[in-house]
Design a binder for this molecule. Structure first.
Ligand code: F0G
Length: 466
């Protein structure tokens, strides 16, 4: 903010000190690259990508303050100073009593699932996330989707598509009994739904329900700062509160969280599990030494913990960072929307999602339209995106069939503080160019299909290959 009412443009709250050159490539070159990568954008080499919108995970630009903190890494095996900085930052900002560091989010999900879930349990959540659900299943649990129906409809503009449907919660309790439900997994800015927030009012209802039935609320706090910003912007009664205050209110209504710091905390690696219950903490500490590392580093170097600690404070000490971050996502989303490209609405926090079913209605979902669209966008423009549809959803473990989710999406994910809006313009124009030839774009079939998390390493070939 300039403090001058006649200046309306809001620019980024930082200036650029270090840059990383990127390579320009040709359509012919990229066609070869995607074929070699088995039409899977995860298998491209990063140096062959012009604008990398694969993920916002671990791809942020750190600040000078975070880099300076890296030089203060205390690499002691036990009791690193940086661990205590991290613990203090989590206590101050999130308010949880106990923290167990992990190398990234899925490390925390693993430990949490193994401790809280018994075989035969049900774990309701506001839509699945790939690694989260897998860890629930590996622990013997069954994920149950309790997100509101609106979340499954790309064009529905409900402002809180991340909300839990309380009727679905009640039905689950009626069907299986509350004692079979250890916790609700509540994600902020629900990734697979398009980066959609839940409201505070919804969390308050959920808390009342869960208290009554003795069910814990465990947050997937990965993008909870961004969720808090949407509450500030959209929910009545929150406009005057800071993002930090709203975040704290969310955490105070829950029992703990699994966190991938690679998103909200502006770092390249890191995460943690946090909770208020001492017994849960004791069990998590016992497990972290088996799978991650000692309980005062959990798979992170001391310098990484320092960068997370500083990132937590930086992302929340004012609202400027998160506002600018979401403004950029809205910028790209609005460019696509204004040209009539079918995208998930409302535009989310971390990414813009193309509706592949609407763009390629002639491609059956079992021929993976979103996977093909991501590959074609790369060839067209050098922009790397990610499939979030039938491939990511995987097969139902009971039937072995593709899950064929309602949402068949291509995610253009915006790293934090990395690209300018001109990069967003190039990405938008890449999508426009692809839209022009969409009628001739066909589907894919697997040539190699991994059993778990198949989207990472699966390989494909076009069904139209002669
Ligand atoms: N929960 C959510 C909502 C996530 O988006 C992710 C990761 C995780 C948990 C797991 O965390 O990667 O640190 O182990 N999402 C990345 C993405 C991979 O691209 O959306 P992790």
């Amino acid at each position: 903010m300039t403090g001058n009412q006649r200046i309306h443009t809001q620019a980024e709250p930082y200036k650029i000190k270090v840059v990383e050159p990127i390579k320009m490539t040709t359509i012919e070159y990229r066609s070869k690259c995607i074929e070699e990568a088995g039409y899977n954008t995860f298998l491209l080499r990063s140096e062959d990508v012009y604008i990398d919108l694969l993920t916002d995970s671990g791809t942020s630009a750190m600040s000078d303050n975070q880099w300076a903190g890296m030089m203060l890494g205390d690499e002691a095996y036990a009791g690193s100073r940086n661990f205590y900085e991290l613990e203090k930052a989590v206590r101050d900002v999130y308010g949880f009593k106990y923290i167990v560091p992990t190398h990234q989010g899925r490390g925390a999900e693993h430990i949490m699932s193994q401790i809280l879930i018994n075989k035969g349990d049900y774990v309701p959540g506001n839509m699945f996330f790939t690694t989260t659900r897998l860890h629930q299943e590996l622990a013997g649990g069954k994920f149950v989707d309790v997100i509101v129906d609106e979340a499954h409809i790309p064009s529905n503009e409900f402002p809180f598509k991340g909300n839990v449907d309380m009727d679905k919660m009640q039905k689950l309790v009626d069907d299986v009994g509350a004692d079979k439900i250890p916790y609700v997994s509540l994600e902020g800015c629900v990734n697979m739904a398009g980066g959609q927030p839940f409201s505070m009012a919804n969390l308050q209802d959920l808390k009342e329900f869960c208290d009554k039935h003795n069910i814990l609320i465990m947050l997937d706090a990965t993008r909870m700062i961004e969720n808090s910003y949407f509450i500030q912007q959209r929910e009545k009664g929150y406009g005057h509160k800071s993002v930090a205050q709203i975040l704290r209110e969310i955490c105070d209504l829950s029992d703990g969280c699994a966190m991938s710091s690679k998103k909200d905390h502006l770092v390249n690696i890191g995460g943690f599990l946090a909770m208020n219950d001492e017994e849960f903490f004791r069990k998590a500490k016992a497990m972290v030494v088996v799978y991650e590392g000692l309980h005062t580093y959990g798979g992170m170097a001391g310098r990484d913990m320092e960068a997370v600690a500083r990132g937590i404070r930086e992302a929340t000490e004012t609202d400027d960072h998160v506002a600018a971050r979401i403004r950029q996502t809205q910028y790209l989303g609005n460019r696509l929307k204004d040209e009539g490209v079918p995208i998930i609405l409302p535009i989310g926090s971390h990414a813009v999602f193309l509706d592949a079913k609407a763009i390629l209605p002639h491609v059956d979902q079992d021929e993976y339209p979103a996977q093909r669209l991501a590959a074609e966008l790369y060839v067209e423009s050098g922009v790397r995106s990610m499939e979030r549809g039938n491939v990511s959803s995987g097969r139902d473990p009971e039937t072995g069939k593709n899950r064929r989710p309602n949402l068949e999406l291509v995610r253009l994910t915006i790293p934090r503080r990395v690209y300018t809006n001109l990069h967003m313009d190039v990405a938008a124009e890449g999508v426009f160019a692809m839209m022009e030839r969409r009628n001739s774009i066909k589907g894919l079939k697997f040539t190699y299909e991994p059993e778990m998390l198949r989207f990472f390493q699966g390989r494909f070939e076009p069904v139209d290959l002669v």
